[in-house]
Design a protein around this ligand. Structure first.
Ligand code: T4K
Length: 418
């Protein structure tokens, strides 16, 4: 192998042991994908000229139409972010009591329920896809259960057919948190058209961003109308509110960003895919480090590069590996540690929830997400992988030098959910 002068080949060169960090500037997971700036600037100028900034504006409508066409659904309602979109969809679907969700997800999935005093009942996941284990969902149903929320984590689809079958047979509503899955497919059909409704996120860190934003997509006209009204305080006319509503409106600048990025969507996928393949090549054969795979038969946005670290083989733990990368200025993230069930208020409500979540608890201690997207280049990826290789191939030496204090320090100082 040929090394450049900046490469690290000895463990003493690692920043964690006092070496100079590999990157002068931080490499982030979730650096936004940004499309054509001139196109965006022109749209913003148009918004200012027309003085129509929000409230069902022209760009919001165009974005909704283009998303509905792309996904192949009848209705798209743009919302200010996916958390509020989930809250509105949950309420519009009439969910109450208990709803079954994975714990291995961003806390927003659970919070959107709890915010309306609906209890999220955490169900375990399939360790292969990191999505709800349909076989276990049925066991979590009680007389209070009104729905299931599946999460297409990392863009990997849930077992949609099995969840649909359970929901139908048990008379439950089925919603998908598709925050990660814009541009992905299931059995050749785009994610977005399944269950009673699906929710996308267009947060800055997502595959397609509108700064902040989200959308509910559905084929149910009545539901779409209700969601559209709920997004705007429940107003059905001037001075007339027929529903309890909220302010879930997307503004015009966000829609302009969403439209601009939609135009570059194919380029974003190409970059992500290239990055993913590069990681796969560079990490091939590295014992104890497994790259999450995506279903090659489906469309995928490849927005997440997800590693599973098996400490029994790498000797250094996932948290030590993360600490080492952070010191090199590679801000890898342990999404979605420690699992919703171990964060408040859920931890206090159900202190023993973990007993039925063995796969979730195993995964939350293994997963590490690496930087990708248009903000990272091929040579940076090669350097990140070289560090990983150096560390794992010297796992025993490094783990003993780091000692047990590093992970303890890391966990103490960790940001919840990070
Ligand atoms: N459901 C699921 C499954 C989700 O993953 C999410 C959100 C939701 C629902 C709710 O969607 P929204 O209501 O947000 O639309 C980030 C995002 O804030 C969050 O949207 C996302 N999931 C989650 C997976 O990741 P944090 O706490 O990691 O954000 P933060 O600020 O640490 O940013 C992540 C990295 O991105 C940082 O290293 C910095 C970089 N970054 C971030 C922003 C905002 C940039 O480089 N530029 C930026 O503008 O949650």
């Amino acid at each position: 192998m040929i090394y450049s002068s900046r490469d690290k080949t000895e463990i003493d060169q690692l920043a964690v042991f006092g070496g100079k960090p590999l990157f002068a500037e931080a490499l982030h997971v979730g650096r936004p994908n940004i499309g054509n700036r001139d196109e965006f600037d022109a749209r913003v100028a148009d918004i200012l000229d027309r003085r129509w900034l929000t409230n069902d504006g022209q760009y919001v409508r165009e974005l909704e139409q283009r998303i509905a066409e792309l996904v192949g659904v009848k209705h798209c309602i743009a919302i200010c972010n996916a958390t509020v979109a989930l809250e509105i969809a949950i309420r519009a679907l009439g969910m109450s009591g208990e709803v079954i969700v994975p714990s291995f997800t961003f806390i927003a999935t659970a919070h959107a329920l709890q915010w309306q005093e609906i209890t999220p009942v955490f169900c375990d996941i399939d360790p292969r896809t990191h999505t709800l284990d349909a076989g276990k969902v049925e066991k979590m149903i009680t007389p209070r259960t009104t729905g299931i929320i599946g999460v297409h984590l990392w863009g990997n689809h849930c077992n949609i057919d099995a969840l649909g079958e359970i929901a139908k047979r048990r008379g439950l509503k089925l919603l998908f948190d598709s925050a990660h899955a814009f541009g992905c497919s299931y059995r050749g059909r785009m994610i977005g058209g399944f269950g009673d409704a699906e929710v996308f996120s267009f947060h800055a860190t997502k595959f397609l961003n509108s700064f902040e934003g989200g959308a509910v997509v559905t084929n149910n006209r009545e539901l779409a109308e209700r969601i559209g009204l709920m997004r705007n305080f429940g107003f059905t006319d001037y001075d007339k509110a027929d529903f309890l509503g909220t302010n879930g409106k997307m503004n015009e600048v966000s829609a302009a960003m969403g439209l601009t990025n939609l135009d570059s969507m194919d380029d974003f996928v190409a970059v992500n895919r290239h990055n993913y393949n590069h990681y796969a090549t560079k990490l091939a054969g590295l014992e104890g480090v497994t790259l999450l795979t995506y279903d090659e038969k489906e469309k995928c946005n490849y927005q997440y590069v997800v590693l599973e670290i098996d400490k029994t083989k790498t000797i250094v733990s996932r948290d030590q590996l993360m600490e080492i990368l952070h010191k090199e200025n590679v801000l890898a993230r342990r999404y979605f540690y420690p699992g919703c069930h171990l964060m408040e208020p859920y931890r206090s409500h159900s202190p023993h929830a973990g007993m039925v979540l063995p796969e979730t608890e195993r995964l939350t201690n293994r997963v590490l997400c690496l930087p990708t997207g248009t903000g990272v280049n091929t040579s940076q990826i090669a350097q990140i992988c070289q560090i990983l290789r150096l560390v794992v191939e010297n796992g025993l030496k490094i783990a003993s030098r780091l000692g047990s204090t590093s992970s303890a320090r890391l966990v103490e100082g960790a940001t919840p959910g990070v």
